[in-house]
Design a protein around this ligand. Structure first.
Ligand SMILES: Cc1ncc(COP(=O)(O)O)c(C=O)c1O
Length: 361
């Protein structure tokens, strides 16, 4: 039987380079607590993104929670129903209420025209996801936030490497959070990042990452958001190859575009002035029935795409009162992410595309 092909495959850098960092860790006997390798990775990410106030943390969920806690958000958060469950979970975990504004069908990002009607006296923040690494309507969201005195948190879990208006997408919003999970375009096995715009907030986030204290001085409630030297070492190795990874994914996108029957599929459209990072390859079918047919056909060939994002987060059983978001619910029922990684071959793309094209008919 041929090898299993998953929706994504973690990028594994040259093992000798990784082992050299492991030797360094053994020699220093310093495994975590803001070690030298963590600091080196932070410097590299700061210069790559151009964002100075950056903290490397241990996953892309805790950073959403740290952002909310540090900004004092406990009431209502206007958010997207089309994201990974971590976005809604962070809001609920912090004891706040998610209020869902529906998405745009063009890029699956939150629709800024649906935000203002959701604002109440209890609204404190907008938490939007740059879906699949495509920028939200940043200017419009900022205009609404400024008018109503709201903070903007971007769940930018997919956005590492995307530029918008010539700047890293991570430089927008009061805070942008990133995931460096193994399946992400840039990863540290597990990991996350916090990018922010003010010194005051940075101080709070910095403390919150290390239990709220520095040595014997205790300042605030905190959590353990620290990442280890081993994770940072993986990040440094992946970072070295990052341009190559992006190029491979750009080429893969072009191959899918050329082989899939685009007359029967919808793809997200990036905003003008976007330099996309090619984080995922989502396709939207004409109906959920066709999606299920295609998924089954691929799985029978040992190819495992993923329903991502599914379900629409406003329909989660633990969210409470149902808030209708028809566009998100519709897209979530028809969207599939096809296998997408640096090492997928032209033959594999041809095989996947042939199965998809045949079963869509
Ligand atoms: C949009 C989004 N937000 C948050 C997360 C959570 O990141 P992590 O798995 O690093 O906790 C993910 C992970 O897939 C994600 O896709």
């Amino acid at each position: 039987m041929k090898d299993r092909l998953n929706v994504t495959e973690a990028y594994l850098p040259n093992i000798e380079k990784y082992k050299a960092y492991v030797d360094q860790i053994w020699q220093s006997k310093w495994l975590t607590n803001n070690g030298k390798i963590v600091q080196e990775l932070e410097q590299k990410i700061k210069s790559y993104t151009g964002v100075d106030r950056f903290l490397y943390c241990n996953n892309g969920t805790i950073v959403l929670q740290m952002a909310m806690k540090s900004l004092g958000i406990t009431k209502e958060v206007i958010t997207t129903p089309f994201s990974y469950v971590a976005t809604t979970n962070a809001i609920l975990w912090e004891g706040a209420k998610p209020v869902f504004a529906d998405i745009q069908s063009s890029d699956f990002n939150i629709d800024p025209n649906k935000i203002e009607v959701c604002i109440t006296k209890d609204t404190q923040a907008i938490m939007a996801t740059h879906v699949f690494g495509n920028p939200c309507a940043i200017e419009e969201i900022q205009r609404i936030a400024t008018k109503h005195n709201l903070v903007v948190i971007y769940d930018a879990a997919h956005a590492f490497g995307t530029l918008y208006q010539g700047k890293s997408l991570l430089s927008y919003g009061d805070v942008a959070t990133c995931s460096f999970h193994a399946t992400k375009i840039f990863h540290t096995a597990e990991g996350g990042g916090l990018f922010c715009q003010s010194d005051e907030l940075f101080e709070k986030l910095f403390l919150s990452r290390q239990f709220g204290h520095v040595g014997d001085d205790y300042f605030s409630v905190g959590v353990n958001g620290k990442a280890s030297e081993f994770h940072a070492a993986m990040g440094l190795c992946v970072m070295e190859d990052f341009e190559e990874i992006c190029t491979a994914r750009k080429n893969l996108t072009a191959m899918y575009d050329a082989h899939l029957d685009m007359d029967n599929l919808q793809r997200p459209i990036s905003l003008p002035n976007t330099e996309y990072n090619y984080a995922y390859y989502p396709v939207v079918f004409a109906s959920e029935k066709i999606l299920l047919q295609v998924k089954k056909g691929l799985e029978e060939n040992n190819i495992f795409p993923r329903r991502y994002f599914y379900p629409s987060l406003n329909t989660l059983p633990f969210v409470g009162n149902y808030q209708s978001c028809p566009i998100s619910e519709d897209i979530a029922s028809r969207i599939l992410c096809l296998p997408f990684a640096h090492n997928i071959t032209k033959n594999q793309v041809e095989e996947i595309s042939a199965i998809v094209n045949k079963l869509m008919k």
